[in-house]
Design a protein around this ligand. Structure first.
Ligand code: GLU
Length: 323
């Protein structure tokens, strides 16, 4: 297989130039169905890229804590993959793209034997119901938030105002949770499972933390900053497959086709991208396109990939050199 060498300074320049070029991109609109998100400064913008040796290139608002929202689904999917294994997750949740919006009830009716994938609302609520220890809300939350810390290398916590805002308005997710219960796909108490899901979506996270989490996945489960093997290497391709197939909901095919990197978005404006063996990248900017994906963060991740001439399906081995 052909090997392509890129240097660290090329990567740094790609991130810095991308920031300068994408900063002025307008368009899109903050999520407004969760009141807290509607009021976040739409000009915020940051990019953070972490290599398997822990080197991080971060520009812009990479220390700002924004709502992790749907990107949390990736982290908790990893937790249930760790706790149950890849086979059981396939059996109890599924791994199929729905091709429908993230919060689709129709998707559940169409696939009444599965919540589809842990990366849409339905499957993510099911994943929260599976988190061990069963029946223990506090113990489950500890497992979720400790897993966030292990993947991101630093602690994070719930933004209380966001949590209240989501809890007061999550009527659609309540319908999803009870409909799943009807199909026998909630494996613990229903309100508890929904509350854990809402809580994990309300965690404040920085682009730097998400970049480290992405790099942990790209690095076969070993956190490049702490050196800890957070999950087994054989689970890394499973989680990257889930991200590839549904990370941008109904726009996932277009995203992968045009960007060349599996990535997961959240309505808080975050995008987490995984280039296996090479790097993890995160970008953040609040205004979203109609499918709920950050306009500037998408442009930024695409731009870094194209400046470096990389793509997950290129069939070349990538070597990052120090020079
Ligand atoms: N908390 C949001 C919801 O459940 C997350 C959605 C998203 O980021 O796509 O509606």
């Amino acid at each position: 297989m052909e090997t392509k060498t890129i240097t660290k300074s090329q990567i740094r320049e790609a991130v810095e130039q991308t920031y300068a070029e994408c900063k002025g991109i307008q368009g899109g609109k903050n999520a407004d169905y969760i009141p807290y998100l509607a009021n976040i400064d739409p000009e915020l913008f940051g990019i953070s890229l972490t290599l398997p040796d822990g080197t991080t290139y971060a520009v812009g608002d990479t220390e700002y804590k924004f709502g992790i929202e749907s990107v949390s689904k990736v982290l908790t999917a990893i937790l249930v993959l760790k706790q149950y294994g890849a086979e059981a997750v396939l059996k109890q949740i599924g791994a199929d793209a729905t091709g429908l919006p993230f919060n689709s009830i129709f998707a559940i009716l169409l696939e009444n034997d599965h919540p589809s994938t842990p990366l849409v609302n339905a499957g993510a609520i099911t994943a929260c119901s599976m988190v061990q220890p069963q029946g223990d809300s506090w113990g489950k939350w500890e497992a979720i938030i400790n897993n966030f810390r292990d993947l991101c290398a630093t602690e994070s916590e719930v933004i209380d105002e966001l949590y209240r805002s989501e809890s007061d308005t999550n009527f659609n997710n309540r319908s999803i949770a009870w409909l799943l219960k009807n199909y026998g796909r909630i494996y613990d108490d229903v309100p508890m499972s929904l509350d854990l899901y809402t809580r994990q979506c309300s965690v404040g996270i920085t682009a730097r933390q998400l970049g480290v989490c992405a790099a942990t996945i790209a690095n076969g489960g070993k956190n490049p900053v702490t050196g800890v093997q957070v999950f087994a290497p054989e689970l890394a391709p499973k989680i990257t497959t889930l991200i590839s197939s549904v990370g941008f909901y109904q726009n996932t095919g277009d995203w992968l086709y045009t960007s060349g990197i599996p990535a997961k978005s959240g309505v808080g404006g975050g995008v987490l991208g995984v280039l296996p063996g090479v790097f993890g990248i995160a970008a953040f900017a609040p205004p979203l396109d109609p499918a709920g994906n950050s306009v500037r963060a998408q442009a930024a991740v695409k731009s870094v990939m194209s400046k470096l001439g990389l793509g997950v399906f290129d069939g070349v081995a990538v070597n990052v050199s120090d020079e």
